[in-house]
Ligand binder design. Structure first.
Ligand SMILES: [Zn+2]
Ligand SMILES: [Zn+2]
Length: 338
């Protein structure tokens, strides 16, 4: 079978390898869709933290079960369409024991810490598969990035009637906006790109938009009658934005870092204390978040068609990938069809 390996920064190669075999508790999945995201771009460009080469990328995965090893769950069968939860947790560490498998101390994410799904067939733990019969393969492939947004919203404890600000209108920020709206919050989107802001309004149905270059603090004060949003999500992956975000949170509010950066973030302690802020990291997602997203997708409340802006076949992926790196391509979510 074929597999695409990221040999080193800036270099993909398609190679032939033997098909894997399903071990105990594993399933063989024939990969049909691979979503591409910021993590893959950063890995390819050589600026992903904790990354080593060669590596098979691909963690937004949908396919069909081709074989089940021994000891797999009875709820899945050969021929089922599935999404893969790519976060392989240890199951025994303090985080896992406390139901926070998304931040396992020994976390291995497929396509990041261990080889992922840019291949025709993959063997994965069967308990990391979600049955997605009845939705499309495209929809099944974007459960993962949307779950990251759903997780951030759940983590924040956002309640109906609150005002939330989401900074960053990329694929993750859009998911945060959509699930914040579904919780009944009023949502303001902030970005540097006017086109993206329009898409936030149109796609995620946010209530207001704020351009970063246009005195955002003043605009937020105006939109909140001087209160400021009680929850601010930063999904930019920009240290500058993450630092600036402190000033946009109301007194007593929460600031949630969804995006991450490789550097230290510093902030003013007097400002932090004065407001009695809560700062939260949000990492990956859990099965519970996948279930929330799957329910929303099945119910038709998430516009999955327009979320996917670019696609290519497995054989064209290496050529197309570089175009997707260009911000002018307008890419939100690129999908590979295998
Ligand atoms: Zn991703
Ligand atoms: Zn663990």
């Amino acid at each position: 079978m074929k597999e695409i390996v990221c040999q080193q920064a800036d270099e993909f190669k398609m190679i032939d390898v033997a098909e894997p075999v399903a071990g105990t508790g594993e399933a063989l999945v024939r990969i049909r869709r691979i979503g591409i995201c910021g993590t893959d771009y950063h890995a390819f460009k050589g600026n992903q933290p904790f990354f080593s080469y060669p590596r098979v990328l691909g963690h937004e995965l949908a396919g069909v079960i081709e074989a089940m090893g021994e000891g797999g769950p009875d709820s899945l069968a050969v021929g089922d369409q599935v999404s893969i939860i790519p976060y392989l947790q240890c199951g025994t560490c303090i985080a896992c024991r406390n139901g926070k498998s998304n931040c396992c101390t020994n976390m291995r994410v497929l396509g990041v810490h261990t080889d992922g799904g840019m291949r025709e067939v993959i063997a994965v733990p069967a308990d990391h598969l979600i049955n997605t019969n009845g939705i499309t393969l495209d929809q099944a492939a974007i459960l993962e990035p949307l779950s990251i947004g759903a997780h951030a919203v759940r983590r924040s404890g956002l309640a109906a009637g609150e005002l939330a600000l989401v900074i960053g209108g990329g694929p993750i920020g859009l998911g945060v906006m959509a699930f914040a709206k579904q919780r009944g919050a009023a949502v303001i989107a902030m970005d540097v790109n006017e086109k993206r802001l329009n898409f936030c309004r149109d796609w995620a149905k946010v209530d207001e938009t704020v351009h970063v270059k246009n005195n955002p603090l003043q605009q937020l004060m105006k939109l909140s009658n001087g209160d400021l949003p009680t929850v601010v999500f930063d999904a930019t992956g920009s240290a500058k934005s993450m630092t600036d975000a402190f000033q946009y949170v109301s007194h007593g509010g929460r600031l949630v870092y969804v995006g991450l950066v490789k550097v230290d973030i510093t902030f003013s302690d007097p400002e932090f204390h004065k407001k009695e802020l809560t700062l939260m990291g949000s990492r990956n997602a859990t099965l519970e978040d996948f279930d929330v997203v799957l329910y929303a997708v099945r119910g038709g409340s998430i516009d999955t068609d327009r979320y996917i802006t670019h696609r290519a076949g497995f054989d064209q992926m290496i050529d197309e990938f570089k175009n997707w790196l260009n911000p002018e391509s307008g890419v939100i979510k690129a999908i590979i069809e295998v």
